[in-house]
Design a protein around this ligand. Structure first.
Ligand code: ZN
Length: 139
């Protein structure tokens, strides 16, 4: 029997994010007062603490800020997924998000690699934004 995957729980602050992801769009909250774009979604701007926020569509392009290869599943639901890449991806807009880099050899992923978002429909309820390498000439 396969263990059930831990599921994210949408809050009033994060529900618009999860709704967008389900529609295969990547968004982040932005403060209308000081223009700070931030991630993860929360009820107040982390810069000025105001709650007047809107949502900005992101390009989905960015680079690997940091990464590691997970070889030991931290939860039984991920036992069939190891080895996989856990990464912090920095989007072109400057926000960073925890994610996975997929569709590649895990050992090939390194900081500064160019990546682009891809949406993985885990099941009828859950879609996750993950990233895949963008093939380009090395600097
Ligand atoms: Zn602000």
């Amino acid at each position: 029997m396969t263990a059930l995957r831990p599921m994210p729980v949408a809050t009033s602050a994060s529900a618009p994010y999860w709704d967008a992801v389900r529609a295969h769009r990547l968004v982040a909250p932005r403060c209308r007062r000081c223009a700070t774009l931030f991630f993860y979604p929360r009820a107040r701007c982390p810069s000025c603490l105001h709650d007047d926020l809107d949502w900005v569509e992101l390009t989905g392009r960015g680079h690997v800020y940091s990464c590691t290869v997970v070889r030991q599943a931290a939860h039984p639901a991920f036992a069939d997924h190891v080895p996989y890449v856990f990464a912090i991806v920095e989007l072109e807009e400057g926000v960073r998000m925890p994610t996975n880099v997929i569709d590649c050899d895990p050992a090939s992923v390194a900081p500064d690699d160019a990546v682009e978002v891809t949406f993985v429909d885990v099941d009828d309820e859950l879609t996750l934004p993950m990233f895949r390498p963008v093939l380009q000439a090395r600097r």
